[in-house]
Design a protein around this ligand. Structure first.
Ligand code: CTP
Length: 405
């Protein structure tokens, strides 16, 4: 029996020259064992007729909101039958409408009404794809939990060259099946995720901090929530939007992060410590701003000197994991040499089940970059993520966790 027996993919087709590729997508999903039904926009029918999809799926094909006299509320029944709603190709118009919650035809009302996972594969002219409004809509959809299969570069139907070409059929099908597989895989599980930097105050206006953006934890929280987990995200200062459907605890210092994490750790099944916690904090915090006039100058150079005494912060991961019970605990390791050996050492020292090891010596990967490469290090195995997006790394980690628990 296929993994996808009894699962339904609703395929949405919109008005784009790449609509003919939806036929191949439908076929491939069926071959994998999924049931497929199709909904189209009016414009899509200019490119491929509903009869084609009817023949391929042996199911009725929805186009108009009021087309089916036997089904009084067609968009709701379609919304309910889907486990995953794949929209491929998705035009700029449909991407924008979905982001803004506009529902003015069968496809967009169904998208708004469904609780199924949305997978969206945009296709359009390169300048439309690069348009700020379209990019904003794509980012909004992603933040709301949709999975975006980005278009690729190539020769476009309009004659332009560049990004905008519908992603490869194989990639779209793989992303859809991946969502079918992982859907609800963490349902009922409680998860603590720490993320971001901590700021350790020196005086009321200065602090010791680090470059962490908090993105890793936010992506993990979004992906875990999409898989049905109850997520508490304890996050240091950052400029990201809070992920939807996640209990976000904002903290500033390592001590605050420790306190908030302790509470969430109590009731969790999985804890992921991705925060870049400051190892040290100033021993005392000045009540008022430190003024230069109060500092002493070096007798030979005349330069002012300021000495700040630091004390160690608690190691949140190590302290909590020491009594982890049956919880699955994940830590992170940023290394510049001996990546795997150092990660294995950290695994044992911190009593973690898995360390996500990251080689930060490579300038193209890591801090502030789009892509990354990590190794998932466990006592008896090491898995390479490959060079992929940070969101993909989050997905891979959660797949490993879902299988392990
Ligand atoms: N960590 C933590 N609390 C701290 C320090 C680190 O929870 N006070 C967690 C991080 O969230 C991460 C892991 O521990 O999961 C990183 O381990 P750490 O020993 O801090 O790594 P490094 O700072 O790289 O250690 P070293 O300098 O010894 O390599």
């Amino acid at each position: 029996m296929s993994d996808f027996e009894g699962k339904t993919v609703l395929v949405g087709v919109t008005g784009c020259i790449a609509a003919y590729k939806s036929c191949e997508i439908v076929r491939a999903l069926q071959k994998a064992g999924a049931k497929v039904q199709v909904v189209m926009t009016e414009h899509a029918t200019e490119f491929v007729g509903p009869a084609t999809f009817r023949a391929l799926t042996r199911e009725p094909v929805g186009v108009g909101l009021f087309d089916d006299p036997s089904d009084p509320i067609h968009h709701i029944s379609l919304a309910k039958l889907a486990d995953v709603f794949l929209i491929a190709p998705a035009t700029a118009n449909v991407v924008d409408k979905l982001a803004k919650g506009i529902a003015d035809d069968l496809l967009t009302t169904t998208a708004l009404a469904t609780t199924a996972q949305l997978v969206i594969a945009p296709a359009m002219n390169v300048n439309m794809w690069r348009n700020e409004e379209v990019q904003k809509s794509v980012a909004e959809l992603e933040a709301k939990g949709a999975r975006i299969v980005n278009p690729t570069e190539g020769y476009l139907a309009c004659g332009d060259e560049g990004e905008g070409k519908l992603a490869d059929v194989d990639e779209i099908v793989a992303a859809t099946l991946d969502e079918l597989r992982s859907r609800r895989s963490l349902a009922g599980k409680s998860m603590l995720i720490t993320s971001g930097p901590t700021y350790e105050p020196i005086d009321p206006v200065r602090f010791i901090g680090n470059k962490s953006s908090g993105l890793t934890g936010v992506l993990l929280a979004q992906e875990a929530a999409r898989r049905g987990a109850n997520v508490t995200l304890v996050i240091g200062p950052n400029s990201l939007k809070d992920p939807l459907g996640v209990d976000v605890k904002h903290v500033t210092t390592a001590l605050e992060m420790f306190e908030a994490s302790k509470v969430a750790f109590e009731g969790c099944d999985v804890a992921i410590f991705s925060a870049a916690v400051a190892d040290f904090r100033p021993a005392t915090v000045a009540d008022t701003k430190i003024k230069k006039r109060d500092l002493r100058a070096d007798s030979s150079t005349g330069e002012l000197g300021l000495t700040i005494e630091l004390v160690e912060n608690p190691d949140i991961l190590r302290t909590l994991a020491a009594n982890k019970g049956s919880r699955f605990v994940v830590g992170y390791a940023a290394e510049t040499v001996d990546l795997i050996d150092n990660a294995k050492e950290k695994l044992a020292k911190k009593n973690a089940d898995l360390i996500v090891a990251n080689d930060v010596s490579s300038p193209e990967l890591g801090f502030g970059t789009e892509k990354n490469r990590v190794f998932f290090v466990r006592e008896d195995s090491v898995e390479d993520s490959g060079i992929v997006s940070k969101r993909e790394i989050a997905r891979q980690l959660l797949d490993i966790i879902a299988e392990a628990i």
